[in-house]
Design a protein around this ligand. Structure first.
Ligand code: 5GP
Length: 253
């Protein structure tokens, strides 16, 4: 059997050439990084959990009419996705103040925002993914005004869907990061949701206890990172009730 061609290795995922033209295999690693790669660790089972959680969310979004790059999950760590031209932006949507918003504006973490706020960061590791405005995005041609309109409309719909989905299982969606790509089909181009949605890319708090159930547990050395991701998966019904991180491979079958 021939070895697959690796297209790109990121911090938490590897992309391989897919079995058919226009497809890509997205492999979820156990690696965790934070603060622009300054903090690193391997969290056993994280890739398996994120693959499952992201699959569950992408399928839910597609059923709600949101176009995504997702085709199907292939195995414990891999999913087949459509090849898209990634727009070099991290689109952040916030419902509650946390993280860099608090640091930047001096707002107390946990403050409810008067309305959801969308921010954009230019995806450039060397620059630490700086915050940019819509003017930067269109002036430097990272996205056209029409692309941006589509991105905003999709982000608002995704926020509505995810907020409800998580609230139904006792989780508050504080904020999250999305990535979008251009999908070319013949002469047509449309903007679709790409990358992943998982506790690596969302802030998720338990509605009752306000306990953090996301990557902030790793960023802030709070411990029990994989346990928190497992609990998110369990509540969403992605893994069996009895699932624990010690037998993660077993409960994921
Ligand atoms: P903040 O700007 O407060 O650091 O992050 C806002 C939200 O976007 C958080 O949910 C955070 O997890 C997510 N986010 C920001 N940058 C990245 C990134 O480079 N990778 C991932 N996976 N998520 C990010």
């Amino acid at each position: 059997m021939a070895r697959r061609k690796m297209i790109y290795e990121g911090k938490a995922k590897i992309l391989y050439e897919g079995p058919e033209p226009g497809t890509i295999v997205q492999y979820f690693k156990d690696d965790a990084t934070a603060f622009n790669n300054q903090k690193k660790a391997t969290l056993e089972g994280k890739g398996v959990l994120n693959n499952r959680i992201s699959e569950f969310i992408m399928i839910g979004l597609m059923r709600a009419g949101i176009p995504t790059h997702f085709i199907r999950r292939l195995n414990m760590r891999e999913q087949l996705v459509r090849q898209v031209e990634i727009i070099p932006l991290e689109v952040i949507c916030r419902n509650v103040a946390a993280g860099s918003l608090c640091t930047r504006l001096g707002i107390e973490e946990g403050t409810a925002l008067p309305r959801s706020i969308i921010e954009y960061c230019y995806k450039k590791d060397e620059l630490g993914d700086p915050l940019v405005t819509e003017d930067h995005i269109t002036a430097f041609n990272w996205a056209s005004p029409q692309d941006l309109d589509d991105i905003i409309a999709l982000t608002v719909r995704i926020n509505d869907f995810l907020t409800g989905m998580f609230a139904a299982v006792g989780i508050q969606l504080v904020d999250f990061k999305l990535e979008f790509g251009r999908l070319y089909e013949g002469d047509m181009m449309r903007i679709v949701l790409a990358d992943e949605i998982s506790p690596d890319s969302c802030r998720l708090w338990d509605i009752e206890t306000q306990e953090k159930m996301d990557k902030d547990r790793f960023r802030r050395d709070l411990g029990n990172v994989t346990e928190a991701y497992t609990e998110v998966a369990r509540r969403l019904g992605v893994i069996k009730e009895s699932g624990t991180v010690t037998n993660i491979e077993e409960v994921m079958k």
